[in-house]
Design a protein around this ligand. Structure first.
Ligand code: NDP
Length: 354
């Protein structure tokens, strides 16, 4: 029997789709990815997705930063406060971090009746119905509808020297690697000008002596609040118009310096550093689709109908960052995950498949 709905992915879009599909009694099956795959480990495409690689999440509605009970106490009139807020004996709580948020979402999906397989979908056949999915171990599964919520992964510069020092000082995940002993009290170079770069630079100042932030233009793309935070941090030095020319190091020690280049003057300088962290955007995870689903030139899946999660293949829906090169937020991913599940449910009903 084909599955009603298969969801591929493991971030907020996937789990929200699963919660909605399970509550609609569709018994969804989620392929959350293979946790033991080396490429998944390198690319940050492990179960629970990109949020599992972050720290505090301060912008997911209903999860303010800090002590949640104290927050409710100040936010609500006394008569509106739930009993546990007024109970002073309770331990203070903290907001939520990325891995916790994702683990909660997954558990909520499981409790609603979602089944999970920890496998990578490597191939799909969308030309015949039901659709066929093949996982990395050769297993095939059929499904009437598909929700693609595979997200996006961090980009690298593509320099051979960068590749040579991956896991030896070069990283695209400050939260995963920043606390390693090799970076303690040393200079770290961060590349990028968006929110990720600024956030990671700030996080890395907890461990590094200083962070050299290379920005290729004379402007940061990051939001004002993040820029102000970075500028106020005396351990962050912003080098405008600078790019990486070469990563320098030794086999045993790993990264020892980064040669940086001023893209206006051409001047090159060696910055002694123990690490290079990339925060230069993301690439959507769509390779397994072959060319069976229409993509934007940027590689993101195209939603073919305004306000719907429909793709170019009827019965295949896309949610979250894999189809969103603009908002890329946990909450917007969760929102489109909900939409995709409702779209799949309506498709199944309309075609008499449930
Ligand atoms: P962005 O696409 O916003 O920024 C990428 C940055 O990398 C840009 O500044 C870009 O430069 C720079 N860049 C790209 N390629 C290169 C290169 N080859 N060499 C040097 N620099 C390069 O990605 P982010 O990951 O920062 O953010 C993605 C989304 O996630 C955004 O919507 C952001 O708001 C959100 N986000 C929100 C956070 C929060 O609210 N706490 C935290 C992190 C991310 P240029 O500007 O010149 O194009």
């Amino acid at each position: 029997m084909p599955e009603n709905v298969i969801i591929i992915g493991s971030g907020p879009a996937a789990w929200t789709a699963a919660i909605y599909a399970a509550r609609a009694n569709l018994k969804p099956l989620v392929f959350q990815g293979n946790p033991n795959d080396r490429k998944n480990q390198e690319n940050g495409t492990l179960p629970l997705g990109q949020l599992a690689l972050t720290t505090e999440v301060e912008n997911f509605p209903s999860w303010p930063a800090g002590d949640t009970r104290q927050y409710l106490k100040t936010a609500l009139k006394e008569e509106d406060q739930p009993y546990w807020v007024t109970d002073n004996k309770e331990q203070p709580t903290h907001g939520i971090n990325g891995p916790e948020l994702m683990a909660l979402m997954r558990q909520q999906a499981v409790q609603a009746g979602t089944r999970i397989e920890s496998k990578d979908v490597t191939k799909v056949d969308l030309k015949k119905r039901p659709f066929t999915l093949t996982t990395h171990d050769g297993q095939t599964t059929e499904a009437h509808t598909l929700i693609i919520a595979t997200g996006a992964r961090a980009n690298y510069l593509g320099l051979p020297s960068e590749e040579a020092y991956k896991n030896k000082g070069v990283s695209a995940c400050a939260v995963c690697d920043g606390a390693l002993p090799r970076f303690r009290g040393k200079t770290i170079v961060v590349v990028g000008g968006g929110d990720s770069a600024v956030e990671e630079a700030g996080y890395l100042t907890k461990f590094a002596s200083d962070v050299q932030l290379l920005v290729r233009r004379d402007k940061l793309r990051a939001s004002k609040v993040m820029v102000d935070r970075a500028k106020a941090n005396s351990k962050i030095n912003i080098r405008w118009h600078h790019e990486v020319d070469e990563v320098l190091g030794e086999d045993k020690k790993g990264v020892t310096a980064v040669r940086v280049k001023n893209n206006q003057t051409g001047e090159k300088v060696e910055v002694p550093a123990a690490g290079l962290f990339l925060a230069i955007g993301h690439t959507p995870n769509t390779a397994f689709l072959g060319s069976q689903v229409e993509l934007h030139p940027t590689g993101y899946i195209k939603w073919t109908t305004l306000g719907r999660t429909y793709t170019s293949v009827e019965g295949v829906f896309a949610a979250g960052d894999v189809a969103d090169d603009y908002y890329k937020q946990a909450i917007s991913a969760a929102g489109t995950g909900c939409m995709a599940a409702l779209d799949a449910e309506r498709f199944l009903g309309h075609h008499g498949l449930v």
